[in-house]
Design a binder for this molecule. Structure first.
Ligand code: CUV
Ligand code: SF4
Length: 627
């Protein structure tokens, strides 16, 4: 069944998305938008956060109109149920990032032990820096021995023995005091998540305020713990990102090459595939099969990881993952974990695409499972690339549609180290530009896509308006891919910025929207914010900064948003979180937190209005600083 033009336009603002929505429909492929429509109307109780199935006396729901039951079977009211549900979302998000971090620590240890052939230490400098931060003695230790010792110290961060995570040391002192006063200093990464599951069991923490405070602590264990470890260890193993040019959208898939697409989050798999795709023997084999080369492309965050470090092009973001398959050009898609729709395996059966899952903890229908371990990764990656080359010969010409035109050019690789070096070696020039008003402030625009919001519209509208008003935007995740597709990530995009930001960008040769990486790399943004606060002797919450997640869908995004606010950054959400069943909680999160943390949430689905909220906040922070 073909889709109507208006229907397609309402689903996405992207040209490649529109073309392939129609192609998918032609092929009889069901997409996330179709399934979203089929789910209408979605449950109103759940939307408001008012349903609970935490125990078997339930499930229960609270009547938001005050006519039906106001308590669950156990007696929990709307506030308790909303707080428990939000708490569990945070726990799931923090657990996801942190378990990803743990997998990297495992590889770091195996590298040190010489049991991970193909992996190595790309940034000994960062390893040594981390060692001193963690208090690990370096006395003449080789990089390998140090890797083992650092891995051990990082393993401790997950446990229960500490009073505070080591990386809390990066936080400005004023902020640490705020956390101490509220009792939300994160202690152990797994501990906070585990404690959240405990507190939200029937009959444990039934004070919605104390539940939410623990939610902030749980989220901080992600932001200053699990995610931070994931980013730092990735940098050690695969290198610290530097500015790099690349391309984005479905046109990065090449008709005359073997196309391998990596999707998921963890660079452990994608980096090995990257290496194998350059193997001269495999390139030779591809040539023998009639291909011009082996083309690696990314989706979602593992794509961002490869883009940041290797300049590997990105085919699309979250809502493009099914449409990438509908090109008929993907010879193999490799997935690890998180944000991989379980629908993908079946979708691929419409084409010749080989679908391969790689992590023991993440299995999917209609995918073959090939387990990646540090020990076997190099060989397995080689085998898989070879199989992808074979798969290329089985393309179904009638199902192939090559996207016309060229991919959009973009720049990525803006780690904090890269930004500082672009500034000439210190954050000073950035601070000066903020002081002079050339740059009014900086905003992290991050997060997912969600079929509830027109694909990429939230990101691009919000960000365009911010840069027009001289606000520097840094981004990660699917937001970053959206901005890149819209052409905002080339130095020439400076012309879309206001006069002040434009001048700064031109002087430095950078785009007005800086790609800082994957979702775990949001910690880079907070590292930068903490460094600015240190340099000015203030708290993060005093700075003219904000964050936004205009199209978020994931529990991870909830955790990120919570550690952003707890770290002192005002955060605007586009998709409404399930909290509106509790006016008390809405008031706490959107108003009262300002007094406690110097930052709060706002919910604003209209990205133009969201931009105005942010601009207003930035003006107020500037005024308070006397700027
Ligand atoms: Ni981790 S979490 S949809 S891939 S940003 Fe993309 Fe990014 Fe959200 Fe997922
Ligand atoms: Fe119902 Fe309480 Fe059980 Fe939740 S915990 S399902 S509200 S009885």
């Amino acid at each position: 069944m073909l889709l109507k033009k208006e229907e397609i336009q309402a689903r996405t603002i992207t040209e490649d998305g529109r073309l392939f929505l129609q192609k998918a429909a032609q092929d009889g492929l069901e997409t996330v938008w179709d399934r979203y429509q089929a789910q209408q109307p979605q449950c109103g109780f759940c939307e408001l956060g008012l349903s609970c199935r935490n125990c078997s006396m339930g499930p229960c729901r609270i009547d938001p109109f005050g006519e039906g039951p106001q308590r669950g079977v156990c007696g929990a009211d709307a506030d308790i149920i909303v707080a428990r549900n939000l708490g569990r979302m945070i726990a799931a998000g923090a657990a996801s990032h942190s378990d990803h971090g743990r997998d990297l620590v495992e590889v770091l240890r195996k590298v040190g032990e010489g049991k991970a052939p193909g992996y190595g230490i790309q940034s000994e400098e960062k390893l040594r820096k981390l060692a001193s931060e963690l208090g690990v003695a370096q006395d003449g230790k080789s990089a390998e021995a140090l890797a083992v010792a650092v891995a051990e110290a990082l393993e401790e961060e997950f446990g229960t023995r500490k009073k505070a995570l080591a990386f809390v040391g990066r936080v400005p002192e004023k902020r640490r005091k705020v956390w101490e006063k509220l009792g939300i200093t994160p202690r152990g990464i797994d501990r906070e998540t585990s404690e959240m599951m405990h507190r939200t069991h029937m009959g444990v923490d039934n004070d919605w305020k104390s539940l939410l405070l623990h939610g902030l602590r749980n989220a901080l264990s992600d932001g200053w713990g699990g995610s931070l470890i994931a980013t730092e260890v990735s940098d050690i193993l695969f290198g610290v990102p530097k500015p790099v040019a690349s391309e984005v959208n479905l046109r990065v898939l090449k008709e005359d090459q073997v196309n391998i697409v990596v999707h998921g989050h963890n660079p452990i798999v994608s980096e090995m595939i990257f290496q194998a795709a350059q193997d001269p023997e495999l390139l030779q084999l591809a040539e023998e099969k009639g291909a011009q080369g082996i083309n690696l492309a990314g989706l979602c965050c593992t794509g961002n990881e490869l883009l940041m470090r290797r300049g590997i092009p990105i085919a699309g973001n979250h809502l493009m993952t099914e449409l990438a398959l509908s090109t008929g050009l993907v010879d193999m898609m490799l997935v690890d974990y998180q944000c991989i729709m379980p629908a993908l395996g079946e979708a691929a059966r419409c084409y010749h695409t080989r679908m391969v899952s790689t992590s023991d903890k993440a299995r999917y229908p209609f995918m073959e499972h090939r387990e990646f371990r540090p020990e076997n990764a190099r060989q397995l990656a080689r085998d898989l690339v070879q199989e992808a080359v074979e798969s290329y010969t089985r393309r179904i010409p009638a199902k192939v549609l090559s996207p016309p035109g060229d991919a959009v050019k973009m720049m990525a690789g803006f780690s904090v180290e890269a930004i500082v070096s672009a500034l000439g070696g210190s954050a000073g020039p950035l601070i000066d530009a903020i002081k002079s008003g050339a740059i009014q402030g900086a905003v992290g625009v991050v997060g997912c896509n969600n079929p509830k919001i027109r694909h990429d519209y939230g990101h691009v509208t919000l960000t365009t308006r911010l840069i027009q008003n001289d606000v520097l935007v840094v981004d990660t995740g699917c937001a970053a891919v959206a901005h890149a597709k819209a052409g905002l990530k080339v130095p020439e995009a400076a012309e879309k910025a206001g006069p002040g930001l434009q001048q700064v960008c031109r002087a430095l040769g950078i785009p007005p929207v800086l790609h800082m990486g994957s979702c775990v790399d949001n910690v880079r943004i907070f590292d930068l914010a903490a460094a600015l606060a240190h340099a000015l002797g203030t708290d993060i919450s005093d700075l003219p900064l904000a964050a936004a997640a205009p199209e978020w869908y994931s529990e991870k995004a909830v955790s990120i948003a919570c550690y952003a606010v707890a770290s002192g950054v005002y955060t605007v959400l586009g998709t409404p979180p399930p909290i509106f069943g509790s006016p008390n909680i809405v008031k706490l999160l959107t108003e009262d937190l300002d007094d406690l943390l110097g930052a709060s949430f706002a919910v604003e689905p209209d990205p133009t209005k969201a931009a105005d909220l942010i601009l207003e906040r930035i003006r107020a922070k500037r005024a308070a600083l006397g700027l």
